[in-house]
Design a protein around this ligand. Structure first.
Ligand SMILES: [Fe+2]
Length: 502
């Protein structure tokens, strides 16, 4: 068994070595020129071109065959109108006549960037390739810095049109919980020169802009936009042992939870610490709350609901989980927000109350069976706070919108929305913007739109998109589109009459 496994690991290691040197980009099919800055098409999206029926199946590692066999193509679709979702509203709800909504808050949410050290010696591909899970290996992983830079371009362009009050980086900034990967992610937000100078393969082709590891100057997030960080499972847990020897690199090292938080103090964007304070560095507790806009009674509660580092391995470490101390802290925050008459939003890496239809990921990503607080207990508690309107999350690399309906039809305000945002790494490589609007009646509208990173034709970000599309086609992942409302949506939620007056 062991021999068989090591033979497979050797074969995969050889394959990967070939891939690492394969930097000549394949043809990147683009059906429409995309503008450098999203002046007019900020909310366009793109869908997979179907793979021709006669095309043979290719392996995820056969990159040279992607375009040859018809994989990796996409079509841009003009703006998708937000789909109105009234799932939380009482039967017979009537939209108010002459409604002129007032914008209370505007923010962006980026998640699951998975910045990757391409030579990391414990990549999943060395031990698990063929598992049919795109997050184990995708050629796109070499291009993550370019996609994040493109996303920051888009954020800045949106800010120019409709100022953003803040941003959320919702976890899994890194693929392998490493110092070098985290630094690259923060430095891209900060607009520094990015140089993936590691090991021996960092510069396969001499000369600037020849390969995806060459240095480039990141555009940097507009300094007016504060951004806040949430911890993801990939930011502090990597259970695999190295399967491959690579050249030494002092920056290729794991960070403890506290070391990880400390890096957010080494930044040139705001706020210093990006939500974490000296107290967090003393305790290792990664939860906090903030009030993003003066004069607007809204509070954002940032919750670490990843597994503890000392939890036993029950089918991996990607489950949602809460111990009693985090749960008690959350309840105290909700209680204080409710008493203070604040609208509340929870931001956590892992979603709750969502459907798991795919048999492959359910056992690994659903709520932990050994979590001291069960998912049911958590949801029931959340439903007791009428001022909670929204839970935003990343984690599953998926765009979904889920209503958590009030258990009492006479109190619809006890319901709230769970919105998942797709990964910047895997198809469809989106992030989201959220507008919180107050309507003329006792309701709030949450307008959420999926935004694409700015992708210039022929750029590394464009190649990355093609690879992400190909990976999705090869693995035959779910790609739900309208009318599910999983992309752009207007989500209506009730508030109490006292909050409405406030
Ligand atoms: Fe992720």
């Amino acid at each position: 068994m062991g021999n068989k496994r090591s033979k497979k690991a050797n074969r995969l290691s050889k394959q990967l070595k070939e891939i690492e040197h394969l930097i000549s980009p394949v043809a990147v099919p683009v059906t429409e020129e995309e503008s450098d800055f999203h002046s007019e098409k900020e909310s366009y999206t793109f869908f997979l071109d179907p793979v021709i029926a006669t095309s043979p199946q290719v392996e995820d590692t056969e990159i040279i065959r992607y375009a040859q066999e018809g994989y990796g193509g996409w079509t841009i679709v003009s703006d998708l109108e937000p789909e109105l979702r009234l799932d939380l509203m009482p039967v017979g709800y009537q939209h108010p006549v002459g409604n002129q909504p007032e914008q209370l808050l505007h923010f962006f949410a980026i998640t699951d960037i998975h910045i990757t050290d391409g030579e990391f010696p414990a990549h999943g591909i060395y031990s698990k390739c063929g598992g049919g899970i795109v997050s184990v290996y995708s050629e796109m992983m070499h291009y993550t810095t370019h996609v994040l830079d493109g996303a920051i371009h888009s954020v800045n362009a949106i800010h120019h049109q409709n100022p953003l009050d803040f941003g959320l980086s919702m976890g899994d900034n890194t693929n392998n919980a490493m110092y070098n990967e985290l630094r690259w992610s923060i430095d891209i937000f900060d607009g520094k020169e990015i140089n993936l100078d590691f090991g021996i393969n960092a510069n396969p082709r001499i000369g600037p802009r020849k390969d995806f590891y060459d240095e480039f100057m990141a555009v940097g997030l507009n300094q007016q936009i504060p951004w806040y960080q949430i911890i993801g499972n990939h930011d502090h847990i990597w259970p695999d042992k190295p399967q491959k020897a690579v050249s030494e690199d002092p920056d290729r090292r794991f960070l403890s939870r506290v070391e990880w938080m400390k890096e957010f103090f080494n930044t040139e964007t705001h706020p210093i610490g990006h939500g974490f304070t000296d107290e967090h560095l003393e305790t290792g507790f990664a939860c906090y709350s903030f009030e993003p806009k003066e004069g607007v009674s809204i509070k954002v509660i940032v919750l670490d609901n990843t597994q503890r580092d000392d939890e036993p391995n029950v089918q991996g470490y990607a489950h949602g989980s809460l111990d009693r101390s985090r749960f008690d802290w959350l309840v105290a925050e909700l209680e204080a927000g409710q008493q203070a008459g604040q609208i509340m939003i929870i931001a956590a890496h892992i979603p709750i109350g969502v459907e798991y239809q795919e048999p492959l990921t359910r056992p690994f990503m659903s709520w932990s069976t050994i979590s001291p607080v069960s998912e049911m207990e958590l949801i029931e508690k959340l439903q007791s706070y009428p001022n909670l309107i929204l839970w935003v999350a990343g984690h599953r690399h998926r765009n979904t919108i889920t209503p958590i309906i009030s258990p009492d039809p006479d109190q619809p305000e006890r319901g709230f929305w769970v919105v998942e945002t797709a990964s910047l790494r895997d198809y469809p490589q989106n992030f989201r913007v959220f507008e919180i609007l107050k309507n003329a009646d006792r309701t709030i509208s949450i307008i959420t739109k999926n935004i694409n990173p700015t992708v210039k034709q022929g750029s590394f970000a464009s190649i990355a998109r093609s690879y992400a599309v190909a990976a999705q086609q090869i693995f035959n992942g779910r790609t739900e589109h309208l009318p599910s409302g999983s992309y752009n949506g207007e989500l209506r939620v009730s508030i109490t009459s006292s909050m409405s007056e406030k």
